[in-house]
Ligand binder design. Structure first.
Ligand SMILES: [Fe+2]
Length: 511
């Protein structure tokens, strides 16, 4: 049965038609409607009584969007059933040119812990239907919570089959850990191409985001479940730290790029209006609760990070860079560190997931004597890592599990109080998802990593994919899924490995 059509006022219909006509005539020579929903629909930031609904009007997605320079009303509807027979909320959101005609509708007054369906209508066209889910009320009993996490989707390196698999999985939530877009080209083999050079202006970032969202599997994953997301570096510039980019000498010039990049991030994610950036600043760290099962903390280790020590080399040995160990070095900044310690102290879920950008376990990359570290991650900021793990130890949240991206490989690790002493207490477990498509590290990097770091239990660098976490009362399970062939648009996705984390016993155990 066809869903019931939207109820739209005559005034709005007329306004929509008037807007559409000149466009349509110009581009096609005759009056016809162009689909404004080419970038799909999404939902996110689920709370017990609300969720954010997202879309962007873009009939010409790769050419600036193709919208007139005026605001356009977008009707939205939320239904309690897939057929939209029981519509529970509806409203209108004015999509404005200053925000790239994106929609960030925030229906409130929803029921906790249940699915909803939503859709939009604008310019005489109805959007695809999305499915979302509100969070269960904090403390409400939950038997199970299932979510997937993903990162690093280099468009040129492969197709996003992992998302097609994820979309079919009926998840409660998807967590994105960054590198949703790549600003630059790199890598050994490309299956498709970026549409332009490195973006620095707002309109250039918009076209890059639109290109990534042209992937149908990515759109399907957004339409299937609510998302929460954090960025890493490539949404802005490779390896940037705070107000500095290795590519741009002038911090003022870089902060202008960062402002455009953050603006585009906010525009294209299902984030609330209140999360919009102010200039080059935007807060993305946050905490979500899902019943009595999960406290989910999202961190930002890019925006407030210290600059690289010792001249900015990418790797460093313990001997050649003492500045690396400086206690003043930070990944989160003082304010977020304080906030994090409070969140660890007042966590209430059976599981405490800390979602952040990059590998947290120490990774000595040097075979044999001595140690060598990658400086663009926690290993470049060991004092900050100690403080973070110290906050977990002091706050004593139940079952802390760190989930990470960025490094384009699967890793499973025990996060130790002292990485030099295998007998020291394990303070938390860590699971690193591989990339959706970005090319990974060499086999020798993986071999050395496993040989030199006894707290690392598993590593696999040659597979693209994602991790699905299933949280239950007695244990959590991490299922690692791998794309059979990232160069095939319709590749199958297969289970690769699985790990358990037992209630009350930090550390990953192979299943
Ligand atoms: Fe990446």
């Amino acid at each position: 049965m066809r869903p019931t059509s939207f109820r739209i006022s005559r005034r709005r219909l007329l306004a929509g038609a008037a807007l559409l006509a000149p466009l349509a005539v110009l581009r096609h020579g005759r009056a016809q409607s162009a689909d404004p929903f080419t970038l799909g629909v999404a939902s996110g930031c689920p709370r017990p009584d609300r969720v954010v609904l997202w879309t962007r009007l873009a009939p010409q997605p790769l050419e600036g969007g193709g919208m007139p320079d005026q605001s356009v009303p977008v009707e939205w509807e939320v239904a309690a059933d897939e057929r939209f027979e029981r519509i529970v909320r509806r409203g209108t959101f004015d999509a404005v040119p200053a925000h790239g005609h994106t929609v960030h509708a925030e229906p409130a007054g929803l029921e906790p812990g249940r699915p909803y369906w939503y859709r939009f209508r604008a310019m005489g066209t109805e959007s695809p239907v999305g499915r979302t889910r509100t969070a269960a009320a904090a403390g409400a009993p939950l038997e199970r919570f299932r979510f997937a996490f993903a990162s690093c989707q280099m468009y040129e390196h492969g197709y996003f089959s992992a998302y097609r698999h994820m979309a079919a999985d009926e998840l409660d939530l998807v967590v994105h850990l960054g590198d949703y877009i790549y600003e630059m080209s790199w890598g050994r083999r490309h299956v498709r191409r970026h549409n332009a050079a490195i973006p620095t202006e707002l309109w250039e970032f918009r076209d890059r985001w639109a290109l990534y969202k042209s992937d149908p599997d990515l759109r399907a994953a957004h339409a299937a479940a609510p998302w929460v997301a954090i960025w890493d570096d490539h949404e802005v510039a490779n390896d940037y730290t705070g107000d500095r980019s290795p590519r741009m000498a002038d911090p003022e010039q870089f902060l202008r790029v960062r402002a455009a990049a953050y603006q585009c991030y906010w525009e294209h994610m299902p984030l609330p209006m209140a999360a919009a950036p102010s200039g080059s600043a935007m807060r993305i760290y946050d905490r979500y609760r899902f019943g009595d099962m999960l406290d989910l903390t999202l961190l930002d280790d890019r925006q407030y990070r210290s600059h690289p020590p010792c001249g900015g080399g990418r790797t460093s040995t313990t001997a050649d860079c003492s500045e690396r160990g400086d206690a003043a070095r930070t990944m989160l900044g003082a304010e977020q560190e304080r906030w994090f310690a409070e969140r660890m102290a007042d966590a209430q879920g059976r599981w405490t997931i800390v979602a952040q950008q990059t590998l947290m376990a120490e990774l000595d990359r040097k075979a044999g004597e001595g140690k060598s570290f990658w400086m663009d991650g926690w290993d470049g900021h060991p004092a900050a890592r100690e403080r973070l793990l110290g906050a977990i130890a002091a706050g004593r949240p139940a079952n802390p599990v760190v989930i990470s991206g960025d490094v384009h490989a699967f890793w499973a690790a025990d996060l130790k109080q002292d990485f030099d002493d295998p007998a020291s207490p394990t303070l938390a477990s860590e699971i690193v998802g591989t990339s959706i498509s970005s090319q990974g590290p060499s086999e020798s990097t993986i071999r050395t990593g496993l040989a030199e770091n006894p707290h690392i239990r598993y590593a696999r660098g040659d597979k693209r994919g994602y991790v699905r976490m299933t949280l239950e009362k007695g244990s959590a399970r991490a299922d690692l899924f791998a794309v059979d062939d990232p160069f095939e648009a319709d590749s199958a996705v297969s289970p690769l490995a699985a790990f358990a984390i037992e209630d009350g016993r930090p550390g990953v155990v192979p299943i």
